[in-house]
Ligand binder design. Structure first.
Ligand SMILES: Cc1cc2nc3c(=O)[nH]c(=O)nc-3n(C[C@H](O)[C@H](O)[C@H](O)COP(=O)(O)OP(=O)(O)OC[C@H]3O[C@@H](n4cnc5c(N)ncnc54)[C@H](O)[C@@H]3O)c2cc1C
Length: 245
């Protein structure tokens, strides 16, 4: 199927730099897997939004919502021209969408113990997985390391805390790189920190998921390989050149 025209349900600010958009689910996205993404399309300003041929600007965005929950949610960091435009959309505005794509998917049968690393808006695909696992009452175990510059920049904080309260199999380590806050960890995620935070056996048995900007994904991969983790047990989604945390 080609680009489908859908409708914005809501578009709200979540942190100073991150916005969350809900989109009416088009027929082709009634099913997708947690961890996948869609290409989102915009028209040039002033173009007819009912003509699908006008949807010429595209960027990929991970689903932040669980599959089959009545709407699609994306969380986006406002950066360049595309996301600046995205921010201006209002409920009932039209938007183009095509997908699902991607292999950064959560395998509930194989991945019983999951260790996740997210930087900034790299949290998006993990939210989909954590919502999915919680809604389905899965027994899979999740340890999330979530890096941000400051406390204010932790996207989806309230939602993550709610998931943690609902699902005893979710453990979250928030780390800040540019602000010291009493209840949160300070500094970049490195091997020493990881060794102190997970149990030794997890380096051998867990499946490691990494998502964020290019530099963060590279740094976490290097760290895990140095710890002796088998490359086959490392899954990555590289969002490209985003400011790192
Ligand atoms: C698999 C994958 C998943 C991703 N998931 C996410 C996610 O969940 N959240 C997230 O924040 N990022 C995600 N990203 C990154 C995201 O796709 C963008 O790269 C990022 O948001 C940067 O966008 P930008 O606004 O800086 O766009 P820019 O790179 O600055 O946009 C430039 C582009 O905008 C378009 N453009 C030009 N003029 C206009 C105009 N007038 N109006 C509109 N567009 C115009 C053109 O296509 C141009 O190439 C993901 C990336 C990948 C690869």
């Amino acid at each position: 199927m080609g680009v489908e025209i859908s409708e914005v349900i809501s578009n709200e600010q979540n942190t100073p730099g991150v916005w969350v958009m809900r989109i009416r689910t088009p027929p082709s996205l009634k099913t997708f897997k947690a961890g996948q993404f869609a290409n989102v399309y915009l028209c040039p300003e002033g173009a007819d939004q009912n003509n699908v041929a006008n949807y010429i600007y595209a960027r990929p965005f991970s689903f932040a919502s669980a599959p089959n929950n009545g709407h699609i949610e994306i969380g986006y960091k406002v950066a360049g021209r595309f996301t600046q435009r995205l921010k201006t959309l209002k409920p009932k505005d039209k938007i183009g969408i095509k997908g699902p794509y991607g292999v950064f998917t959560f395998d509930e049968n194989a991945d019983k113990d999951v260790v996740m690393f997210a930087a900034g808006i790299g949290i998006a695909p993990f939210l989909s997985t954590l919502h999915y696992a919680t809604e389905k009452n899965l027994s899979n175990y999740f340890t999330l390391f979530y890096s941000n510059k400051t406390r204010d920049e932790i996207a989806y904080y309230a939602e993550l805390e709610k998931l943690k309260a609902e699902n005893p199999n979710i453990k979250i380590f928030y780390t800040l790189t540019q602000e010291e806050v009493a209840s949160l960890d300070y500094g970049r995620i490195n091997l020493e920190y990881l060794q102190a935070s997970i149990v030794r056996g997890q380096f051998v048995t867990s499946v490691f998921y990494i998502c964020g900007g290019h530099e963060f994904v590279g740094a976490m991969t290097t760290m895990l390989l140095a710890a002796g983790v088998d490359a086959k047990r490392i899954k990555k989604e590289d969002f490209g050149k985003l400011p790192d945390n």
